[in-house]
Design a protein around this ligand. Structure first.
Ligand code: 6CS
Ligand code: FE
Length: 306
């Protein structure tokens, strides 16, 4: 029984020792008008759960973003802020959450019409940032992100009712096949993997470094990959990957000298605002899941507006 008296739990998870598949009952693409995305692009996203846009941002724009990121990560005083997640075994910065509030430049970037308009079409209507982060995955020491569905966590630990959110990942340093690019299982967004186990208190303190609870078991993963294979979302700096909130994804560690730094904006529909977490625990902190939001308005170009 969910903790939300008035909210049906359509995707119960972490309710016991069993892991099982629940079919998705939510649409994938909410709009049936084709302005930002062509019909073919919308149909590809509906079927596969992701879309890659090569060179959506120019190399000049990306180097401005990367310079800002470099100054943030080199500022030792920031490293102890709650938004900064360090790698489990080193003091390397693994992620910076709420980057759209910490940095005015990234705050404008998430409103840039080149990406916001795509999110608004996929989700039909106004959106807000549920979560933003930069995953740095530094050279030599960047650790992996094990297979998971973001929605499984956002539903269970943040109280996100339905699958009406999309992630936009902007590549800041080239994602080669060998430095830990995002890997997705195409089509896996149509099955909700209800995970076994129980959410520990303050789970995010562990899961953002290395996630175990809320990950699919191996048998289910093997079946998903046998059916849909794995796609590595490689791309040059400035390319963008949109992926559905429920697609099964992960990324390998990085032992090469090439950092794999991507910024992620999670757009949530204003009609899908968070309720009480379905796991029954207290909501996660606002820098991980925003609960006070203003609908985003698109800007022409993030550089002209910041
Ligand atoms: O818990 C979360 O919200 C974060 N965890 C992962 C592994 N991906 C989504 C998000 O960054
Ligand atoms: Fe994720």
């Amino acid at each position: 029984m969910s903790q939300n008296k008035f909210e049906m739990d359509f995707y119960p998870t972490r309710t016991g020792p069993e892991s099982k598949i629940i079919s998705r009952t939510d649409p994938v693409v909410y709009s049936d008008s084709y302005d930002e995305l062509s019909k073919e692009q919308a149909e590809f996203f509906e079927k596969n759960g992701y879309l890659i846009f090569e060179d959506l941002f120019s190399s000049d724009e990306v180097s401005t973003l990367f310079d800002e990121l470099t100054s943030l990560t080199h500022d030792e005083t920031k490293r102890d802020m709650p938004q900064f997640i360090l790698e489990e075994t080193t003091r390397d910065v693994r992620s910076i959450f709420e980057i759209h509030k910490i940095s005015e430049l990234y705050g404008m970037l998430c409103r840039d019409k080149r990406i916001l308009n795509i999110a608004q079409q996929l989700l039909r209507g106004k959106t807000y940032i549920h979560q933003s982060r930069v995953n740095l995955k530094p050279g030599f020491d960047g650790k992996e992100f094990y297979w998971h569905s973001d929605f499984e966590t956002w539903h269970s630990e943040d109280g996100m009712p339905k699958m009406r959110a999309v992630s936009c990942s902007i590549i800041l340093t080239k994602n080669y096949e060998f430095n830990g690019p995002l890997m997705v299982i195409p089509g896996s967004h149509k099955d909700f993997v209800s995970c076994s186990g129980k959410t520990p208190d303050e789970h995010y303190k562990q899961s953002l470094k290395r996630q175990e609870i809320g990950t699919p078991d191996k048998e289910i993963l093997e079946k998903m990959v046998a059916k849909n294979k794995i796609v590595s979302a490689k791309g040059g700096a400035g390319s963008v990957i949109f992926f559905d909130c429920n697609i099964m994804h992960g990324s390998n560690g990085n032992i090469t000298p090439y950092p794999r730094s991507n910024v992620f904006f999670v757009y949530n529909s204003i009609y899908n605002k968070l309720v009480k977490p379905f796991c029954g625990l207290d909501p996660r902190p606002e820098h991980i899941a925003d609960r006070e939001f203003l609908p985003l308005e698109p800007v022409n170009n993030f550089l002209e507006s910041s």
